[in-house]
Design a protein around this ligand. Sequence first.
Ligand code: ADE
Length: 234
Amino acid sequence: MKFSFLTLFPNLISSYFTDSILKRALDSKIIDIEIIDFRDFSTRAHKKVDDFQASGGAGLVICAEVLENTLNYISTKDSHIIYLTPVAKRFNQFDAKRLASNYKHIIFICGRYAGIDERVIECFVDEVFSIGDYILTGGELASLVLCDCISRQIPNVLGNSKSLEGESFESNLLEAPVFTKIIDNSKKVSNLSIPSEYLKGNHSRIRVFKNHLSLKKTKYFRPDILKQRQTNAK
Ligand code: ADE
């Protein structure tokens, strides 16, 4: 899978790939990344990329021309272009799985300031996503969130593919709590015991018990997704 990032802040993107799982995926060529500073495609004085809003109002808008020039330069054949914006459907685990299995090249457009000219979305963008109900300073973090979630769904990115089983949001449930097997020497934590069911080695009973804890956690933290689960079951 190839990920292209169109950004005004390339270092924000590259730094995320210098460590850990995505670095390993990159080194072993399971994923490939391309980071493009779209300021390089500005034809205006001082490489300006933005302008005032047509409607008036605070904040500059990124112009269509510079993004069109950038998209014309990179290979967009068979790619899927995603724009990150708070004005969109919220990204979720099902989107991550769908994108990982349906596309070989994903292009992220990372906005800044008051966003990009809406006509770019109309003309070039295949899908828009928000990562949550809050406003970030730009789309870079959001694009990395998507890239991370999508990448871990790609075979061999995670060391153990079993890690993907029974994760939070599968079947609209949050994951049950986990504990280390070793005797923990932490002074505070060792006063607390692990649920005894976890230690008895009966895997079918553990599964039932964990499911019970999952339901409790979901009911407490995310009654909205529990409701979704109940609707799906009908
Ligand atoms: N850009 C700014 N805020 C954002 C958000 N919440 N999701 C995606 N892109 C964004």
